[in-house]
Design a protein around this ligand. Structure first.
Ligand code: ZN
Ligand code: ZN
Length: 327
């Protein structure tokens, strides 16, 4: 199988040819039809996340069909279409796993980080962590739902009942969550990089009532904000924009340092919190909601061997919506 391999941090991925793996007990072999590119992949390649297996096949927003079943697989059959997310394995036994918080399992293993992922023609996944993909979505359109959608949705839940919702950083996750929030009757305020007129127009297209630069004041106090951009100074900026009792959710896995800020912008029971990974119930819930909205994903397609180009375009902010690799 052809795949793109990371040999060492801060080096380009290499096109390689590896033998197709045989699925072990409880695993499925998946023929990959599409794999979206997540900002987390950039954090792995750029060594912001420091513990990848190496060499590594990145990619954790995988859509494909089952090509072979390991022993004991009963959730899926050959030919079924499935999605593979970031959460690839949990221990099932720790206090977090046993209390519905498997996203916090200290032994959790992640697709495209500690488990080879979807920048490949084939991948192997644990059946228990795969999702059925709702009909009505093409493989390419469904791929960004698997992380931008799932973890974005968990972040939206953490924002509570907020009616006026700020989204900081308008990439793959925000363009999906804006649609869900709009459908839920919320008002979405989109904050992009200063002067990114294209991203602001895109935000309005997918349901934002207002879009501007993160250096601009919001036209109204926000009830909550979600920060998707990995930019620490956005935390005090968002705190200043939220009303008393409001929550600022940091949705990314990595963020540059947060500058110190005066206590009075946190005062008034404002909350700053992070969102880590996803649980399988987040996935079930979001994949049931997505077709009702219906969430429409905006994608740019790349061949598998153009993965480095896709990562560069994401790094440089040249994308609207999500990049998707098509093997
Ligand atoms: Zn656990
Ligand atoms: Zn991701």
């Amino acid at each position: 199988m052809r795949c793109m391999v990371l040999d060492a941090a801060r080096t380009p991925l290499r096109l390689a040819s590896l033998p197709v793996r045989t699925p072990g007990p409880g695993q499925v072999l998946i023929r990959v039809h599409a794999c979206a590119v997540c900002r987390t992949d950039l954090h792995v390649v750029d060594a912001d996340l420091t513990e990848p297996k190496l060499p590594l096949v990145p990619g954790h927003e995988i859509v494909g069909t089952i090509a072979a079943l390991g022993e004991g697989v009963e959730r899926f059959g050959a030919g079924d279409r499935v999605g593979v997310p970031w959460l690839g394995w949990t221990c099932g036994e720790c206090e977090f796993c046993r209390s519905g918080r498997e996203n916090l399992c200290a032994q959790a293993r992640f697709t495209g980080y500690q488990i080879d992922g979807g920048y490949s023609e084939y991948t192997v996944a644990d059946q228990r962590f795969c999702f059925a993909i709702p009909g009505g979505y093409s493989d390419i359109d469904a791929a960004p739902l698997l992380c931008a959608g799932l973890i974005g949705y968990r972040s939206l839940r953490m924002a509570g009942e907020a009616r006026r919702l700020g989204l900081y950083g308008f990439g793959a996750a925000a363009h999906i969550i804006a649609q869900v929030a709009h459908w839920q009757g919320r008002q979405v305020f989109a904050f992009t990089s200063p002067n990114d007129i294209e991203a602001q127009a895109f935000a309005r297209e997918v349901g934002a009532v207002w879009a501007g630069g993160s250096d601009q004041p919001a036209p109204d106090m926000l009830d909550a904000a979600i920060i998707f951009a990995p930019v620490g100074p956005l935390v005090p900026a968002a705190l200043r924009a939220v009303e008393r009792g409001g929550t600022v959710v940091c949705a990314g896995i990595h963020m540059s340092p947060i500058p110190s800020f005066p206590y009075d912008i946190l005062w008034g029971e404002r909350v700053v919190r992070s969102v880590a990974n996803l649980t399988r119930s987040d996935g079930d819930e979001f994949l049931a909601i997505a077709p009702q909205v219906p969430v429409k994903t905006h994608t740019s397609h790349y061949r598998l061997d153009q993965a480095n180009q896709a990562l560069d375009d994401l790094r440089a902010g040249r994308l609207q919506g999500a990049a998707v690799l098509v093997p």
